[in-house]
Design a protein around this ligand. Structure first.
Ligand code: DC
Length: 223
């Protein structure tokens, strides 16, 4: 079974996807971390993250790998463990920028489809239901108000001692919402057959319950 969870930045996709995968015994695939890794590679190489030509040129040489260590997924760029580094606000914006470039998306989508090929997966991102796994048995579009998403992301960064402000986090989210949904190739949008969940006034547990209820329904249909 494939479960696609799409939605804008800060809607809670990764927390919820991780937990759903754990409870169902599925593999969780964080596609945002892949775009973040490419964004970081571009920043490390001092490449303008909006320069499509440069990014198309370097993408083939970027070596991203994922390793499972002590039951957590670690992301590597070459031999460097970048798991924490890719969460920094500067990398969020870089990820959204490099994600506009078709050559970048094509390479990462190939990797994502390969990872999903032979397992039950929960995959989160922006274009999973519309482009990466169009035949997913369950598609969720998880959203929340901009203020709620900014608040959640701000608290998350504060807990990690990242030096930022609520306004800076909110502005990054507004920038990414626009960039991610207005790009030409595989933009952020709900798949026509997705279930839209607005989590503004819902707890994490309530969202998980809703999704697990839908999984149960769909599984009965599939069997
Ligand atoms: O989910 P995230 O915040 O970690 O994603 C970082 C950026 O990567 C996001 O702003 C847009 C891009 N992205 C994408 O374009 N397609 C995906 N499937 C996942 C992420």
């Amino acid at each position: 079974m494939k479960i696609a969870i799409d939605g804008p930045a800060g809607a809670g996709k990764s927390t919820i996807s991780k937990e759903i995968a754990k409870r169902l015994g599925f593999i969780y695939i964080d596609t945002g971390a892949m775009y973040r890794s490419v964004g970081l590679a571009a920043l490390n190489a001092a490449i303008d993250t909006t320069n499509e030509d440069e990014l198309s040129r370097i993408i083939e040489d970027i070596d991203i790998s994922i390793k499972n260590i002590d039951n957590t997924q670690r992301f590597y760029l070459g031999v460097d463990d970048v798991t924490e580094k890719i969460r920094e606000p500067e990398v969020s914006v870089a990820a959204s920028n490099v994600a506009v470039v078709p050559a970048v998306r094509l390479k990462l989508v190939e990797l994502q489809r390969r990872l999903a090929e032979s397992s039950d997966v929960v995959m989160d991102g922006r274009d999973i239901g519309t482009y990466v796994l169009p035949n997913a048995e369950l598609k969720i579009f998880l959203t929340a108000s901009v203020d709620e998403r900014a608040e959640r992301r701000f608290e998350e960064l504060k807990a990690k001692n990242v030096d930022t402000t609520f306004d800076a986090v909110k502005n990054d989210i507004i920038y990414r919402d626009k960039n991610d949904s207005e790009r030409e190739f595989a933009p952020l949008k709900p798949a026509h057959d997705s279930v839209i969940i607005d989590s503004t006034d819902l707890s994490i547990e309530e969202v998980i319950d809703k999704i697990l209820g839908l999984v149960k329904e769909r599984r009965n249909v599939i069997i």
